[in-house]
Design a protein around this ligand. Structure first.
Ligand code: BGC
Ligand code: NOJ
Length: 809
């Protein structure tokens, strides 16, 4: 069942009922001011840090789940109240539409001939959310309503806001100035920032105290002020500051009126905080309001935003006969990649914004999905990440975005982390040709006194693996590898202990075949970089180590029909036919296949055939089988989940693409594309009732076949899934991938996709690639500017030039 449709022309998803199976959200902002907005106008916003500078309050785990946001109540003269966003009042509407677009959301509700539209976006370069409300009388009678706005302020620190009530309920402060409500919690002391909410018209009244507006025993759906039809002009003092304006609107038949509400964030220099004692300096706020005081100004900012997004997304354009594929590749997948770049894993409807910092592993993988969109920012991100690395090559598992320092709470010892830095950096250099980044002097653990070139950082990443080998010559797993829940040195029997940081057995025995696969896949990138720096011997040595690791995997990491997952603390196999549960895991099948370990000897084929036979389901490939039925002390968190959820045999959409890439390596394009379609959201639109999360973005996990709710997704938006699926589809299925000296062109998608074209910008040149697709399994012939070439690398052309590529595939 569907709850809307894609509008490909406008790059929007159009939701046509408020009753979607879960709140379907969008993101506003891409620089400093960010907002989350659901199709019912729920959500919140923050300035740079979702935990420390939360502007609007949002209650996670609330009942109902999506309450609090940017609300507009329409009060009719007969006392009826409704909202264009349906929520929170839930008066039935004659029609409802929510259009989530790139960086904006437009929600329109109509009732009895009155249409009210909310357009919300964060203008480029501006620290504010615009809420433009347009009322249109579509009837033939005059109409009179009172419009009430409502938003609730968070007391900045989102964690404190939800926990420290003995203080919070006495600290709220506001100032009222005409149509503007200023929120100045803690401004009197250590904060030099405030927020405001204004509207570009004279108001009939206002409220800034939640209790006065709602009534102590009322919810957002029944504000007493709205019921009464008149603001109470309350001035918050402690308790919960809100911002609500009321305006009387009279509309002749066919007439429309536009109101511009603005939610802004202002920072003042310390010496310019006050206008006079106790009164905040509003100069900056007023300047900001002046920029958005007319509908024309809003329209201009909106057009600028749209132009910016289309420019951004134009570096990879697919034209094919498969409209779902087009919309994933051209719009929604890269859009999600940009959101993961902006948010990392901080704020979504599943991530509370007060939890984790930026992941070392996560950020490097996210980079793979946005490096072609914003290469300069990718460069900056690489330096930030590398600056948190330890001198021995290991890494803090997470770091804080505001301070850019490693996070001690989670610590280090996830032994896959270092290798991701090589992968991310290599992808950046291939995309840009900026080998100079390797000479940047980058600190270790943010210590300015201990710096080395970025290349040296990569070298330490590479050798960190070599210096941490176990009894079979395979890499030690440490706290965990990609799978945060396979905690082989943990042995936790105490509730509330973190599986990720508890290491109560000291041993150097637990080994990861996954990290071995990574080493064989990523090690050659390090070797290539060494070579290009003239370090021939180092490159040679690295290649030998990679070869040796590959042989070790075949000797000690092969189970007969598939790659093993690990050796546990006691040296027992994990992910083997000898195990009762957890006999086969997806991660090593995917990664060792991508690395081509045993490609010629048939191991890759065998492993991927086993994936098909044992892990494939109608909703995607599950993480392992059989699911763990009971808790295994020696395996950790993985066995703490009920069968079919999360790492215990859920469908992790993050690692399915590794198998997809592996399949393309074997030339099995049809199989690869079939796996792709099983989890790509645009293909799941028809089963939205089962899938439940947004049909325009990936979720981290879909419940596996052992779960009661097989096919149901959770944790949409902020997941490495976005980047990896973009890599799989753009570089392997469609087959256009930047390499060191040129663009590799090798489509392998099966014959179901008819001839297609790709326009790819890279290093300033444009490549127009026409593919005649007969599904030849990766066997291709190429013509570049009319001339046949050998192999599949189209040499990089000068910036500004256009290269014509014909490909038979
Ligand atoms: C979750 C994992 C997640 C990890 C991240 C764990 O508690 O269950 O899925 O990857 O935390 O820190
Ligand atoms: C989520 C984490 O962010 C990611 O890094 C990890 O690989 C997966 N969980 C799997 O455990």
């Amino acid at each position: 069942m569907r709850y809307g449709h894609f509008d490909d022309e406008r790059k929007e998803y159009v939701i046509t009922t408020p009753k979607t199976p879960y709140p379907w959200i969008n993101y506003l902002g891409s620089e400093r001011f960010f907002g989350l907005i659901s199709h019912q106008a729920g959500g919140y916003c923050f300035y740079r840090d979702a935990r420390l500078r939360r502007i609007l309050r949002f209650r996670y785990n609330n009942v109902p789940t999506d309450v609090g946001g940017r609300y507009f109540y329409v009060r009719e003269t007969n006392g009826e109240v409704w909202c264009p966003s349906f929520a929170p009042v839930k008066t039935e509407l004659d029609s409802f539409e929510c259009r989530h677009g790139l960086g904006y959301t437009r929600i329109t509700g109509k009732r009895r001939g009155l249409s009210v539209e909310l357009l919300a976006f964060v203008p480029h370069g501006v620290d504010a959310e615009v809420h433009q409300v347009t009322l249109k009388n579509e009837s033939d009678k005059p109409r009179e309503v009172t419009l009430f706005s409502l938003l609730e302020f968070c007391l900045w620190n989102a964690h404190e806001d939800q926990t420290n009530f003995q203080r919070n309920l006495s600290t709220g402060e506001v100032e009222i100035d005409g149509s503007t409500i200023y929120h100045k919690h803690e401004y009197r002391e250590r904060r030099n920032h405030y927020a405001f909410y204004t509207v570009n018209q004279k108001v009939a009244g206002f409220d800034s105290d939640r209790e006065s507006f709602l009534g102590l025993y009322n919810g957002f759906h029944e504000p007493q002020v709205v019921k009464a039809g008149k603001s109470s002009n309350s001035v918050a003092s402690g308790w919960s500051p809100i911002a609500s304006q009321s305006l009387d609107v009279k509309l002749a038949p066919g007439e429309s009126k536009t109101l511009v509400f603005l939610l802004g964030y202002i920072e003042n220099p310390k010496e310019e905080k006050w206008e006079k004692p106790g009164v905040i300096n509003k100069t900056r706020a007023k300047a900001l309001m002046a920029q958005f005081s007319t509908a024309e100004q809003v329209q201009a900012a909106f057009e600028k935003l749209q132009a910016q997004w289309s420019g951004l997304l134009s570096s990879y354009k697919l034209t094919s006969s498969d409209e779902k594929l087009n919309r994933m590749v051209n719009v929604w997948n890269p859009y999600q990649c940009m959101v993961t770049f902006n948010m990392s894993r901080s704020a979504s409807y599943f991530e509370s914004g007060i939890g984790r910092g930026m992941g070392f592993r996560d950020s490097n993988q996210d980079l793979l999905g946005f490096v072609h969109l914003v290469p300069e920012r990718a460069r900056e991100r690489i330096i930030d990440i590398a600056s948190t690395q330890f001198p021995d090559g290991s890494a803090y598992h997470q770091y804080q975005p505001l301070t850019k320092r490693g996070n001690n709470d989670v610590g280090s010892g996830f032994n896959d982390d270092p290798l991701w830095l090589i992968l991310g950096t290599a992808a950046y250099i291939k995309e840009t040709g900026d080998f100079g980044i390797l000479d940047e002097e980058v600190p270790f653990d943010n210590d300015e006194k201990n710096k080395a070139s970025l290349f040296e950082h990569l070298k330490r990443s590479f050798y960190h693996v070599m210096e941490n080998l176990g009894p079979h010559g395979l890499p030690l797993i440490g706290r965990a590898d990609w799978n945060d829940c396979l905690n082989l040195n943990c042995f936790s029997e105490t509730p509330d202990e973190s599986y990720q940081t508890t290491g109560n057995r000291v041993g150097r025995t637990a080994e990861s075949i996954f990290i071995a696969g990574m080493f064989v896949h990523i090690g050659p990138e390090y070797a290539a970089l060494a070579e290009r720096r003239g370090l021939k011997e180092e490159a040679q040595k690295a290649r030998e180590l990679v070869k040796k690791m590959s042989d070790t995997v075949l000797e000690h990491g092969w189970d007969g029909e598939w790659y093993l997952r690990a050796y546990d603390f006691f040296g027992k196999k994990v992910g083997s036919k000898e195990c009762e549960d957890g006999q086969i895991f997806i991660e090593p099948q995917g990664y060792c296949s991508m690395a081509g370990i045993g490609l010629e000897s048939g191991h890759v084929k065998k492993a991927l055939d086993s994936v098909k036979a044992r892990l494939d389901t109608k909703y995607g490939i599950v993480l392992q089988q059989p699911a763990y039925k009971e808790y295994h002390l020696e395996l950790g968190e993985i066995s703490s989940y009920p069968p079919g959820y999360k790492e215990n045999a859920g469908i992790f959409c993050h690692n399915n693409p590794w198998v997809i890439i592996g399949e393309t390596l074997l030339g099995r394009g049809e199989q690869a594309f079939e796996y792709y379609k099983k989890i790509a959201p645009a293909y799941l639109e028809e089963i939205s009732d089962v899938h439940r999360t947004e049909p325009y973005v990936y979720s981290q996990m879909i419940a596996g076949k052992d779960a009661v709710r097989h096919g149901e997704a959770k944790n949409s938006w902020l997941t490495g899934t976005a980047a990896w699926n973009f890599v799989a589809v753009s570089q392997h299925l469609l087959g256009v991938k930047p390499e060191w000296d040129g663009l590799s062109v090798r489509p392998c998608i099966g014959k179901d996709v008819a001839d297609f074209t790709i326009e790819r910008r890279c290093r300033g040149a444009t490549y127009k690639i026409r593919v005649k697709n007969q599904g030849r399994g990766g066997k291709i012939t190429l013509k570049v500017n009319g001339k046949a070439i050998d192999g599949n690398i189209v040499p990089y052309a000068a910036a500004g030039s256009t290269v014509d590529v014909e490909c038979e595939a």
